[in-house]
Design a protein around this ligand. Structure first.
Ligand code: GLN
Length: 449
């Protein structure tokens, strides 16, 4: 069914870069055979899933949305996709993304522009736009995305699905193509909070192959999902700074309605201040490009993918490979990052940004002394038109205003649908939890949903 739906919708939607039909059917038949033989099957047995094309899949092309990795077929499997296979999931394909996960609209993919299933002239958000659109359009049941500054939560909000970024270190990054390593985290897309909880339970956990992986016990995230919050004395804090200038009034109205609903479900609502929240975007756009410029140095035409043929020495081979292989946004980030890390500028930019990052973290720590969960809009607007922001990087960057601080602090965040605007476009509510309190975060999201 998922493959039929993909075949019917892809000519308009373009969520997938690679459809792995044969492999999916083989995996599904293997599950059938296990059932017939009375063997135990995994928690995700037979569930069709889409994987963002920046997670390595052994023997299956992994492009990262970039020409530089056009023919890259990984010789190894990422930890998350291995865990999915162990749980019996059926991978239907690799989903479209902004090149190297840099972007908020999926328009930076070197291959295709994914459409928003609610309005094909609009973007699905990004960078995990393919994964969000595929779940929203029921091309698969759930999918995986990666979130460095909002790339799961913002597309979830634009496509009307649930999207979660776990605590930094909860899910292994082994086999995830690195963008900004201190911020990158893999997480689930689903149509319900319960499905997201099931998928998170399947992918979370310590991995010795990722040095930032946390050694913690993974609870069953579905265990405490109940329809209300009564008797829990749960305190929810509304982040005051996320309201006001720049916030679409229809988004504001929906989010306020959601806050009232959380109160009627039994939560105590507090209005709290995170004064340094607004420095998230400027510090992120120093830190993320700096890490990216270092991570992307490995694409030199020698080890992976593309190699320019018309070069007569090593240096021109590097230059030509990188000039033709990377798109405009990736080059912009590499230049910003290289500049910020240069001798003489390092203290003024990179070090300063790291200090601001600490202050943002402190704001959250203070907030979490007063409340259990924070709430705000996921994005300041609903899905925008394709082409609208692509020539204005700054306005594109500002779309991640509400999601970026969560990555800088390493916290878990989830976007859940909270209504529609007058054009019929979905709106997302962002809930932010304490470190490693995914259980509590999912509980609130589930009760709300
Ligand atoms: N839009 C942000 C960026 O371009 C975040 C991307 C992400 O989370 N991968 O960097």
């Amino acid at each position: 069914e998922a493959l039929d739906r993909i075949q019917a919708l892809e000519p308009k939607l373009h969520s997938f870069l690679t459809v792995t039909a044969q492999q999916a059917l083989d995996q599904a038949r293997a599950v059938d055979a296990k059932i017939a033989a009375g063997e135990e099957i995994g928690i995700l047995a037979g569930i069709p899933i889409g994987i963002k094309d920046n997670m390595c899949t052994k023997g299956i092309r992994t492009t990262c949305g970039s020409k530089i990795l056009e023919n890259f077929v990984p010789p190894y499997e990422s930890t998350v996709t291995q865990k999915l296979a162990n749980a019996g999931a059926v991978t239907v394909g690799k989903t479209n993304l902004d090149e190297f996960a840099m972007g908020s609209s999926t328009e930076n993919s070197a291959y295709q522009v994914t459409a928003n299933p609610w309005d094909l002239s609009r973007v699905p958000g990004g960078s995990s736009g393919g994964s969000a659109a595929a779940v929203a359009a029921e091309e698969c049941v759930v999918s995986l995305g990666s979130d460095t500054g909002g790339s799961i939560r913002q597309p979830a909000s634009f496509c009307g699905v649930v999207g979660m970024k776990p605590t930094y270190g909860l899910v292994s990054r082994y086999g995830l193509v690195a963008y900004a390593s201190s911020l990158d985290q893999i997480g689930p897309f689903a149509r319900t909070v319960e499905d997201a909880a099931i998928l998170l339970s399947a992918i979370a956990g310590y991995d010795p192959q990722d040095s930032t992986s946390l050694k913690v016990e993974i609870p069953d995230y579905t265990a405490n999902l109940i329809p209300d919050l009564k008797g829990k004395k749960l305190k929810i804090g509304v982040i005051k700074e996320t309201f006001g200038e720049g916030l679409d009034p229809e988004v504001e109205a929906s989010v306020n309605q959601a806050i009232a609903q959380l109160e009627s479900l039994g939560a105590e609502i507090h209005y709290i201040s995170c004064p340094r929240f607004r420095y998230g975007v400027p510090s992120y756009y120093i830190i993320a490009p700096s890490e990216a410029s270092a991570n992307l140095a490995r694409y030199d035409g020698v080890k992976y993918g593309l190699r320019s043929k018309d070069a007569d020495n090593l240096l021109s081979m590097y230059t030509r490979t990188r000039s033709t292989g990377f798109g405009a946004e990736v080059k912009r980030r590499i230049m910003i990052g290289t500049y910020a890390l240069s001798a003489g500028y390092y203290d003024a930019y990179y070090l300063k940004a790291q200090k601001v990052r600490t202050l943002i973290k402190e704001d959250f720590e203070k907030a979490f002394q007063q409340v259990d969960v924070l709430v705000c809009p996921t994005a300041p607007t609903t899905a925008f038109q394709a082409g609208e922001k692509i020539t204005d990087p700054l306005s594109m960057y500002l779309n991640d205003l509400m999601t970026i601080p969560v990555n800088l602090a390493g916290l878990p965040g989830i976007s859940v649908p909270c209504g529609f605007d007058s054009k019929g476009l979905p709106i997302g509510l962002q809930l932010i939890g304490k470190v490693l309190r995914e259980d509590q975060l999912l509980q609130v999201a589930y009760a709300y949903e």
